[in-house]
Write a protein that binds this ligand. Structure first.
Ligand code: MRU
Length: 371
């Protein structure tokens, strides 16, 4: 298990070279290697190839990509639509682009526009770090009370078991993470927890990224195959499910990595709480309903046919696991209906997954409908 000091920041703007450094997440956990982004093209490529991934980080990378474009004299509309086409599901991408478009609106041409875009991209990154920190605090309170209740029911209990899907840690955001932020905070406060990590085929973000993050911070965890969750729930080995979101509709439906919906169904069947952690930037306030309405990214069939890993000599390899010519389909995300969700953990507290809960989170609304 990797124990070398980790950067804990997935994206860094370097003013001296006017460039952005990212971690190439396609090489983890086998290699920790950085890539420098200096142009619109670099940013698009990093998002498309999933060197950067995770809804908030995709948005932040797109913001820097738009800055590079304006600095290099590429027209705003063209740059924005090129970036928007890189990955269709995570709404943070479009949200970030809109934020930058508004920030540069009315600026003089040239350097003034680019300077405003850079300021906004850095602001967006700082806001995401703060939001994830606050999500961590609210989620920690929740995990603490779940642990207290469990100990009351069973004074012999030794740990709180959390099941998570995909990667929702600091790699996927500016800092901390979404669903992993409460886990990091609860662990730091001494709550004895253990995380079941779904491997998350086909890209295996659970196996390669979440285990790497948790291992580096010594958070107890076990990697499981994607279909083990339901069985573990029936065996009483799961106390709560905690996942992230790529897009949350105005009625509280949540779109997240493929396989999330099945975990929510199993949790409901076993009377277990199912929470989603997300910054408000992940809410699509203009989309009334999520099921059937969110564009689901369909990725290459190659990802289904092949697995990537290292061989005994430590060389990165791809191997095929299906017959040549076998047809395959690869939807990247699914939608969990609001009725299966116990609550949304946001930077503004824990809210109901419902139209009322989402309306209270609208940026124009203050006040609280926390649960
Ligand atoms: O395809 P990915 O790796 O970008 O998918 C990431 C997820 O599905 C996460 O759960 C999601 O972005 C929310 S948490 C950052």
């Amino acid at each position: 298990m990797q124990k070398e000091p980790l950067p804990l920041q997935s994206i860094i703007y370097d003013a001296a070279s006017d460039a952005v450094d990212i971690i190439d997440q396609t090489l983890l956990p086998h290699q920790l290697s950085h890539v420098r982004l200096q142009s619109l093209e670099h940013a698009c490529q990093a998002i498309q190839t999933m060197q950067v991934r995770g809804a908030p980080l995709i948005g932040i990378t797109a913001a820097f990509g738009l800055y590079f474009a304006l600095r290099d004299g590429i027209p705003l509309g063209r740059a924005s639509s090129t970036l928007a086409a890189t990955r269709p599901t995570a709404v943070n991408l479009r949200w970030a682009l809109r934020r930058l478009e508004l920030a540069v609106d009315g600026a003089d041409q040239g350097s003034d526009t680019a300077a405003r875009a850079l300021r906004e991209a850095l602001q967006l990154q700082a806001e995401d770090a703060a939001a994830c920190n606050a999500i961590g605090d609210h989620g920690f309170t929740l995990l603490e009370s779940l642990w207290r209740e469990k100990r009351k029911r069973d004074p012999e209990a030794t740990r709180l078991n959390i099941l998570t899907h995909c990667n929702t840690g600091w790699l996927a955001t500016a800092e901390w993470g979404t669903a992993l932020a409460p886990i990091y905070k609860a662990h730091a406060h001494g709550i004895p927890l253990h995380v079941w990590v779904d491997e998350t085929r086909p890209r295996s973000q659970g196996a390669s990224l979440t285990t790497w993050e948790l291992g580096a911070r010594s958070v107890p965890h076990s990697l499981i195959v994607d279909n083990a969750g339901g069985h573990l729930m029936q065996q009483g080995e799961v106390d709560v499910c905690l996942v992230g979101s790529d897009r949350t509709a105005a009625n509280g439906d949540v779109c997240n990595k493929i396989g999330t919906y099945l975990k929510a169904l199993a949790a409901a069947d076993n009377d277990l709480p199912f929470y989603v952690a997300l910054p408000v930037s992940t809410i699509d306030f203009e989309l009334p309903v999520g099921v059937g309405q969110i564009p689901i990214e369909n990725r290459s069939a190659d990802e289904v046919h092949r697995v990537v890993g290292v061989d005994e000599d430590g060389r990165l390899r791809q191997v095929r696991i299906s017959p040549e010519g076998c047809p395959a389909d690869n939807p990247g995300f699914d939608v969990t209906p609001a009725r299966l969700i116990s609550g949304l953990i946001t930077e503004r507290g824990v809210h109901e997954a419902s139209a009322a809960g989402i309306a209270a989170l609208h940026p124009d609304r203050s006040g609280s409908s926390e649960i």
